[in-house]
Design a protein around this ligand. Structure first.
Ligand code: 6PG
Length: 478
């Protein structure tokens, strides 16, 4: 076996297969391998003409077909399958070789695997890849972690196959060990928030205007020509205008209303809790999926709970549509601002030094949350790389202030009319919370001190104090 392939892909389900084709189409000689050889054969039969593939039946031949330092992309289901492939691969590799996990691994697993492979003299690169099947084939957004040394030889290849926006690749070095998979996880959390906000906007338009799915699809298509332009708005317009062939109904009306998830949103929320970062938009989106799937609770609620809401009458249709658009934009800014806060907190906690502006830049194309809006985020971090709050960047402050009255009207209307809008309303509550001069957290501290002597700090002097609540109420310095 001549070692002539520049990169290898093992795991040829649709994502791996499309990544392999993408490498080949960019002129790389690609070693391919799959647990069952039939998938490898089918790739060669269908796409062999697209480039130079080296197919191997055994893992040993696959490894032997790679030039050194070997670069092996593992594209299997996250979890035990990844460990199984790594265990099979590692004894065949030599010092300096690079194993790339391109699946949606949980970042603590990536930290563990990176440490184990480093001890054997190997590089382990946990990389986020976003854009679904289509992106994998035609240009995804790629978020690689690991050592800088591995990026020196691997990075140019990944940049080559990534999406490009204005000629700039949607791929850059993210940071050590788990940083790439962490950033991908937050990407997915933001994806959940974005999808939930769009779904709430759709529901408000449906309930407020009594509009059909196709009409609302047209509204989204119009929005996609402005500030909200994004992949998710674009596909929403498309989905809403799709008609079910079997019934002739709007497709969205025949889909069961129980949203599922594979788990990256849940991980994002769990990590937000661990780090104490209020990622309320992502959390509301994740819990809204959970509520939709709470079948017995929903049946009981439907049967027992009154709405006590009036009939929603909208007199100015266009003004209402514009209000919902502005509320969607403002809520979206909050969700992203929170997600970038989480990246900053994790970067400090795990010692990653992630450049948030660069993350916004590589999310402009290829990935599921790609949007015109991300240019504005990149610019905000160019103005101030250490920006403590994205919302407080001059551009976003202005953009949100412009829609603030509309945002308040929409959240109030939703509440008055009994339409659930958890992400819209909690984003507004976050906005009001983060800008508040004083928060009722002072009362919580007082309560904690009352029942548990948990102490408090004062506004007027340094130190930690406790009041003798059950005695003479004298204050002591703790
Ligand atoms: C992407 C997507 C993708 C993800 C699905 C799953 O960036 O290409 O985020 O990686 O697997 O969107 O999301 P669910 O948790 O909703 O299944």
């Amino acid at each position: 076996m001549t070692a002539r392939a520049q990169i290898g892909v093992t795991g040829l389900a649709v994502m791996g297969r499309n990544l392999a084709r993408n490498f080949a189409r960019h002129g790389y000689t690609v070693a391919v391998h799959n647990r069952s050889y039939a998938k490898t054969e089918s790739l060669i039969a269908d796409a062999g003409h697209e480039g130079d593939f080296v197919a191997s039946e055994s893992m040993a031949d696959f490894v032997a077909s790679l030039e050194r330092p070997r670069k092996v992309v593992v594209m299997v289901k996250a979890g035990a399958a990844t460990d199984a492939v790594i265990d099979e691969l590692v004894p065949l590799l030599e010092e300096g070789d690079i194993v790339v996990d391109a699946g949606n691994a949980h970042f603590p697993d990536t930290i563990r695997r990176e440490e184990a492979l480093r001890a054997k003299g190997l590089h382990f690169v946990g990389t986020g890849v976003s854009g679904g099947e289509e992106g994998a084939l035609n240009g995804p957004s790629i978020m690689p972690g690991g050592t800088r040394e591995s990026y020196a030889s691997l990075g140019p290849i990944l940049e080559d196959i990534s999406a490009k926006v204005d000629g700039t690749p949607c791929c850059t070095y993210v940071g050590p060990d788990g940083a790439g998979h962490f950033v991908k996880m937050v990407h997915n959390g933001i994806e959940y928030a974005d999808m939930q906000l769009i779904a709430e906007a759709y529901d408000l338009l449906k309930q407020g205007l009594g509009a059909s799915a196709a009409e609302i699809g047209q509204i989204f298509a119009d929005w996609n020509t402005g500030d909200l332009e994004s992949f998710l708005i674009e596909i929403t317009a498309d989905v809403l205008q799709h008609v079910d062939a079997a019934t002739g109904s709007a497709f969205v009306d025949i889909v069961l209303d129980q949203a599922e998830q594979k788990g990256t949103g849940r991980w994002t929320v769990q990590n937000g809790l661990d780090l104490g970062v209020p990622i309320t938009g992502i959390a509301e989106a994740t819990f809204a999926r959970a509520l939709s799937g709470s079948v017995p609770q929903r049946a009981a609620g439907r049967a027992a709970l009154p709405a006590d809401a009036g009939t929603w009458e909208i007199t100015d249709r266009d003004a209402f549509i514009e209000d919902v658009r502005l509320a969607l934009y403002a809520s979206k800014v909050v969700a992203y601002s929170q997600g970038f806060d989480q990246i900053a907190a994790a970067s400090a906690e795990y010692g990653w030094d992630v450049d948030r502006g660069a993350m916004a830049r590589i999310w402009r194309g290829g990935c599921i949350i790609r949007a015109r809006f991300l240019n504005r985020i990149t610019e905000a971090y160019e103005r101030d790389a250490e920006l403590p709050l994205l919302l407080a960047d001059e551009y976003f402050t202005g953009a949100v202030a412009n829609g603030l009255a509309a945002w308040r009207r929409v959240v109030a209307q939703a509440a008055l009319n009994g339409v659930p809008a958890p992400a819209f309303s909690s984003s507004l509550a976050y906005y009001d919370g983060v800008r508040a001069e004083r928060l009722p957290a002072a009362l919580i501290q007082a309560q904690r001190d009352f029942f548990g002597a948990h102490t408090y700090r004062r506004t007027d002097r340094e130190g930690t104090f406790h009041t003798e609540w059950s005695g003479d109420r004298a204050e002591q310095e703790a």
